[in-house]
Every structure is written in structure tokens, then in C-alpha cells.
Design a protein around this ligand. Structure first.
Ligand SMILES: *Cc1c(COP(=O)(O)O)cnc(C)c1O
Ligand SMILES: [Zn+2]
Length: 403
């Protein structure tokens, strides 16, 4: 049995192709590279019913993942997160069908583990011993832990304001961790320079072609969990946009395979914060790339990305699916986080809360219809950010209870 149907890498900008058996980073034209599979061959050899019998991990889609040999898989049992029905919130927002894909229930507590399991596995397969990356926290944490499991030395550079727990995750895994007084873009510059000098594998967002392959499995899972039917809308908190590009790529591969019961892609929504909304601005202006967002700031740390290298891919995905880009304020997302927890009993992360808040707005302006089936990604666990809520915790004395 063939474990992976990977064919080669290609550039979505200039169409150059590359060999996946060698270490590759960006295209010579500067664009990220994407993975192409032998879809026609796979179509003949695999039916979706066969997938359904496999174990509940994202590796159930191994034919559509880039690892050639099963021995190189570095896994902690990630994927197949639940698609949770939110009946009370649906009713409150007047949406017939609102479902949350809960990525809080994954090793490391954020969906970054999807990118890490696939990215680190491929790095191992390529014989890489050292890698480096800038991060807003969750990616660095996940890559540190998966790298430890794969005997790869990780060097992580993160902003000093990133959630503290993610520092500890890097440190406990034995990664070299550096904190910078700045943004992820500043961390990226340091990593870039260091990598050039030392010839180290650059695991930055989209500078290696495999993290996105892990994240695309969210799209496969949503389709499979809905019995190979697309939802009408998928709402995603967008920083670097890898998850959104990945979900879009997943649905296109499923259509090529003929596995979907409809050929209409879900309308994709990119959600950003008012304090860092380069994709929203570009989309509103009808552009195909974004401008650096100066002095970006939001408490939803995972989406504080002032300029994404894959911005043109995010925007293409939005335009090609009749999607939408929208931003929300930190105040709005914190209010939504409380609403979701108190109505549905789920403590979502601030980034996920931004997505919920966006749904409320898009229902308000009529873009989301009452009959739409809407899937929202909660990209991480609220408990990873104990200091990022605006809830007032009452401090009561025993006497107060009894009086
Ligand atoms: C990284 C991250 C995001 C943004 O993901 P991208 O794929 O980079 O757009 C959203 N939420 C959380 C919790 C994250 O860690
Ligand atoms: Zn190119």
C-alpha cells in the first residue's frame, strides 16, 4: 500500500516545480510552495468509506499528507476534533445550524499541533536535525514539543508579550527560546538572519511547505464529519492564514477526488482584530496582496500578524469562494467569549471568540442567512490564556456565602 500520494511541490505564483525529496523552502520567486498529489491515481485506489474505518487521528488522511514512510510519522494523537452543536447560541444568533470545530481538544491545546505533526514528520523524513521559527506562541510551543519527540533541535523566537504558558512549553521541551521586545515580524527578521548565517531549516509560516498540509486536515475532517457535504460558511480567525489556505486546499482536493456530494465550496470568512486587520483592508479594497499593518495590537495573540507571506493565497481563497473578511474589537471578542462560555459551557480562546463575534456581525448585516450551516473554528483552548478574559472573578469570604 502506498502511504502517501505526494507528487511534487509547485509555486502558486510562477508555476515552477520542485522535488519534495529534497529540502525546499520558498520558491526562487519568493512565494510559498504548495504540495501536489497524484489525485487521479488516488481516486482509483481509495474510497471515502475506507477512511471512515481508520483511527481518529488526522493521519487517517495519510495518502493526502506529504510523508512517504510511516516510520517518520511524529504523532501525539492529534486530529478528529469534535464538531460541536451549539443549540443555544444558534437560537440566540438566529442561525439554524451553528457548529464549532473545537481545536482546543488537541495536544498542546491549539490547532498548531496539526501543522507541527506534519511539518516535523516531514523534517524528520528529510533528515533535518535543527530548525528555527518565529512564533506568536502556540506554533513555537507545538513545534518545540514535536521536535523533541523527533530528536530535532528547535530554536524559537517569540514576542515578550506572547502568552506565558507557551514559553514554558518551549523551554520544557528543551528548545532554545529567545524573547524579543517586538512583534512576530521582528522575531521573523531575527530568525531570517540567523538562519542565513547558520544554514538552518526555516520552519517559519509557509517558508516550509508542509505545515499547511497538517492544517488542511481541518477541511477534510469538517467534510467527513458532515458526511462529505460542505457547510455553507466556514469562519476562521486569520493571522498568517495558513489554516484558511489549508481548508481551501482541502476542499479543492476533495472535489478533484469526487468525494464531495456537492461541488459548491463553502464561503470562507477571514476574521481579524480591529488592531491588526491587513487582510480585511486588502479585501475591502479588492486587492490581491496586503500592506504591512503598523503598530498592530490585539489580545487575540495568534492573529497579531501585521503582514502574512501567504496573504495573496488567503485573498484568493476569499474571492474564489464568495467569502468575506471582517474584523472585531478586543472588547467585542471578550464579550463573545463570555457569552459562549455561559451559554454553551465551552471556554474558547480569544482568537476563536473573534470568529464567533464575526458571525454575530455577519448575521446582523444579513450576509449569513438564517438557513446557513455555519462551521466556526475555535483554534485553541481558553485555558491556555488564563490572563486573557475580561471576566470579573468575585472574591467571596465564607461569611459572604452564609450571610
Ligand atoms: C496561530 C493561531 C491562529 C491563526 O492561524 P493562522 O493559520 O496563522 O492564520 C488562530 N488562533 C490561534 C489560537 C493560533 O494559535
Ligand atoms: Zn515561484
Amino acid at each position: 500500500m502506498v502511504f502517501s500520494y505526494i507528487s511534487h511541490l509547485y509555486c502558486p505564483k510562477c508555476s515552477s516545480t520542485y522535488d519534495h525529496l529534497k529540502i525546499q523552502q520558498l520558491c526562487i520567486c519568493g512565494s510559498p510552495l504548495l504540495v501536489e498529489y497524484k489525485i487521479d491515481e488516488l481516486k482509483r485506489n481509495l474510497a471515502p468509506e475506507q477512511i471512515q474505518k481508520r483511527s481518529a487521528s488526522l493521519w487517517r488522511y495519510h495518502e493526502l499528507l506529504p510523508i512517504s514512510s510511516t516510520e517518520n510519522v511524529v504523532s501525539l494523537g492529534e486530529g478528529m476534533t469534535p464538531l460541536v452543536e451549539l443549540k443555544k447560541l444558534s437560537q440566540e444568533m438566529n442561525i439554524e445550524n451553528l457548529l464549532m470545530k473545537d481545536e482546543g481538544l488537541i495536544p498542546t491545546g491549539s490547532f498548531k499541533a496539526r501543522g507541527a505533526t506534519v511539518g516535523v514528520s516531514k523534517a524528520k523524513e528529510l533528515g533535518i536535525k535543527k530548525l528555527a521559527m518565529p512564533t506568536n506562541g502556540n506554533a513555537g510551543a507545538a513545534w518545540s514539543l514535536y521536535s523533541a519527540r523527533a530528536d530535532i533541535k528547535a530554536t524559537i523566537v517569540m514576542p515578550i508579550d506572547a502568552p506565558k504558558i507557551t514559553r514554558e512549553e518551549c523551554a520544557i521541551a528543551g528548545a532554545d527560546l529567545f524573547l524579543v521586545n517586538g512583534l512576530i515580524s521582528d522575531a521573523g527578521k531575527i530568525v531570517g538572519e540567523w538562519i542565513n548565517r547558520n544554514n538552518i531549516y526555516d520552519a517559519s509560516t509557509l517558508k516550509e511547505p508542509y505545515r499547511i498540509e497538517g492544517k488542511k486536515t481541518m477541511g477534510f475532517e469538517i467534510a467527513e464529519q458532515l458526511d462529505w457535504k460542505c457547510p455553507d460558511v466556514i469562519v476562521y480567525p486569520t493571522g498568517g492564514g495558513v489554516g484558511l489556505i489549508g481548508i481551501y486546499k482541502a476542499f479543492k482536493e476533495l472535489i478533484q477526488l469526487g468525494w464531495l456530494k456537492s461541488d459548491k465550496l463553502p464561503r470562507l470568512v477571514a476574521v481579524q482584530a480591529d488592531g491588526c486587520a491587513p487582510i480585511v483592508k486588502a479585501w475591502e479594497e479588492g486587492k490581491h496582496s496586503s500592506d504591512f499593518w503598523p503598530n498592530s495590537s490585539t489580545k487575540a495573540f495568534g492573529i497579531n500578524v501585521p503582514k502574512a507571506i501567504g496573504d495573496f493565497l488567503v485573498l484568493d481563497a476569499l474571492y474564489n469562494t464568495d467569502g468575506y473578511a471582517i474584523s472585531v474589537s478586543d472588547q467585542e471578542l471578550f464579550t463573545e467569549q463570555r457569552t459562549v462560555a455561559s451559554l454553551e459551557g465551552t471556554f474558547i480562546c480569544p482568537e476563536g471568540a473573534a470568529a464567533f463575534s464575526a458571525i454575530r456581525k455577519l448575521r446582523g448585516n444579513g450576509w449569513i442567512k438564517d438557513k446557513d450551516k455555519v462551521v466556526v473554528l475555535n483554534t485553541g483552548a481558553g485555558i491556555k490564556y488564563p490572563d486573557s478574559t475580561d471576566v470579573q472573578v468575585p472574591i467571596l469570604q465564607p461569611d459572604d456565602i452564609l450571610s
